[in-house]
Design a binder for this molecule. Structure first.
Ligand code: APR
Length: 228
């Protein structure tokens, strides 16, 4: 049995990392166009680096919660494939012990060079004129996918959705494509679909089953049920 799990900011909320569209979310404090678009970075790279430096520090000071830990246990003990496709740029899945994790929106703890596409582990604080360790150009940025940019792993993700037996979405509002369309792909390919979220997402009606509540409760319960 192959399981594909999509996670969003809601799975990291109880670890103290902000979500995006909840009332106190990140987009309520920082205009998306200024800190999460290529144009915003072009206009003011220092502001964008400050934004991601603050998120990197926030992430370094946080810890995986029982939802992350339960998914790592599922990967270790389940007789079948378990893949996490995450929209999150934090590394809490990895720190909880998950190994098959695809960051479709990039990773906060990695940097990328806009001249040679080299990526490397990001320092805690990045500055606009940090030179690329590969080509020395001063064109480095967080290795995070911004609005208007192509997410990572898309072909491989669609292939895994088409061969999934179960698709589970955890902690995402269903606002942002292409991730918001994964449930459609999976159910069309015959997979069972389940949403675990604090409240019904925009796409809740597309799921065969929806459970509402905090991820730190719902996810361990769901995993225990599967491993029983
Ligand atoms: N447990 C479970 N779900 C939660 C919790 C919790 N403790 N707290 C919040 N949620 C849910 C909210 O109800 C909401 O549906 O998590 C979801 C968070 O939604 P968003 O803030 O929109 O985050 P996300 O869906 O991950 O955003 C997708 O948009 O801004 C871009 O690139 C960014 O990856 C992000 C993408």
């Amino acid at each position: 049995m192959n399981i594909v799990i999509l996670t969003g900011a809601g799975i990291s909320a109880e670890s103290g990392l902000g979500t995006f569209r909840d009332d106190d979310g990140l987009w309520a404090k920082y205009p998306i166009e200024q800190v999460a678009t290529p144009e915003g970075f072009q206009n003011n790279p220092a502001l964008v680096h400050d934004f991601y430096n603050a998120r990197r520090a926030n992430c370094a000071g946080s810890a995986p919660n029982p939802a992350h830990t339960a998914l790592a246990r599922l990967e270790q003990q389940f007789q079948g494939e378990v893949l996490i496709v995450t929209q999150n740029v934090d590394d809490l899945h990895e720190r909880a012990g998950s190994r098959a994790v695809w960051h479709m929106h990039g990773r906060l703890n990695h940097a990328k060079c806009q001249s040679c596409d080299h990526t490397w582990p990001a320092p805690a604080q990045m500055q606009p004129d940090d030179p690329c360790p590969n080509c020395r150009a001063k064109t480095t940025r967080p290795d995070v996918v911004w609005f208007g940019e192509m997410p990572y792993f898309m072909e491989d993700i669609y292939a895994r959705l088409h061969s999934a037996d179960l698709f589970v979405s955890i902690g995402t509002s269903g606002n942002v494509y292409p991730a918001a369309g994964f449930v459609e792909q999976a159910s069309r390919a015959g997979a069972a679909t389940l949403e675990l979220n604090l409240e019904p997402s925009l796409g809740a009606s597309t799921f065969a089953q929806c459970r509402t509540g905090p991820a730190s409760t719902l996810v361990p319960e769901w995993v225990n049920g599967l491993l029983r």
